[in-house]
Design a protein around this ligand. Structure first.
Ligand SMILES: [Zn+2]
Length: 237
């Protein structure tokens, strides 16, 4: 009976280790880290695309600035070239040049703003990249830890399995038959110890002295706890 009880405890332990293998929490944690990474990566890629738009806009502003400067130079050359005689035409030309200069100023200030925005975005992108690689490192470290846990559990199961196979050879067939047929009904624990205070260790109930005597003299008879129905046995020293 000691051997049968040991078999039961081994199988319970193995079942527990196997259910740990699923490690639902670990799995969820990894999935969350992965989702977080994907989300941050999307944001990073969006910002990177914005950076390209910034570059295009900077080029546009810079060529616009060049055009305006050329036009102003041409107009001024005409104005100071002495070819325009009427004061009215001179005033009109001056006004035109002023308007071009206003445009140029706006263009220059837009370009400065754009440059600053670009610098800010580049700094933000670097920070995002650092964060992404930190998340990646966290994911890899956790994954490795979980894999190590799985390997450790597999090794423990294998050790228990060796002992289980040895026990199967030592336990009489009749005991095994009874054990396997009632196993499911008691969620893998159909056998319970009766301790020296007459307590059924399956349900923590004190059994009657008469029942305890029956258990002590049971030999191969099946004596069950009146409360939980588990087969009782007294552990041999
Ligand atoms: Zn009981």
């Amino acid at each position: 009976m000691n051997n049968l009880y040991r078999l039961q405890q081994i199988e319970l332990e193995q079942a527990k280790l196997r259910s740990d293998e699923l490690a639902i929490n670990d799995y969820n944690e990894l999935r969350n880290i992965k989702a977080n990474f994907a989300c941050k990566k999307d944001a990073f890629l969006r910002d990177k695309a914005r950076l390209e738009q910034f570059t295009a806009k900077q080029h546009k502003l810079s060529s616009e600035e060049g055009n305006l400067r050329a036009r102003i130079a041409a107009e001024e050359k005409e104005l100071y070239g002495g070819t325009i005689s009427s004061p009215k035409a001179v005033a009109a030309k001056e006004q035109q040049i002023n308007s071009l200069k206003n445009k140029l100023n706006k263009c220059v200030s837009d370009a400065a703003n754009q440059r600053q925005a670009r610098v800010d975005l580049e700094i933000a992108l670097e920070a995002q990249l650092r964060e992404l690689s930190a998340i990646q490192a966290e994911f890899n470290a956790k994954k490795e830890l979980y894999q190590q846990g799985d390997e450790r559990r597999a090794a423990q199961i294998a050790v228990l399995e060796k002992e289980r196979k040895k026990l199967l050879k030592l336990i009489p067939d009749a005991f095994l038959e009874w054990y396997h047929s009632t196993n499911n009904r008691f969620e893998g624990a159909p056998l319970a110890k009766l301790n020296n205070k007459n307590v059924c260790m399956g349900c923590n109930t004190i059994v009657t002295p008469a029942l305890a005597r029956k258990v002590a003299n049971a030999a191969e008879d099946i004596v069950c706890c009146e409360k939980c129905g588990r087969r009782l046995f007294i552990e041999e020293e």
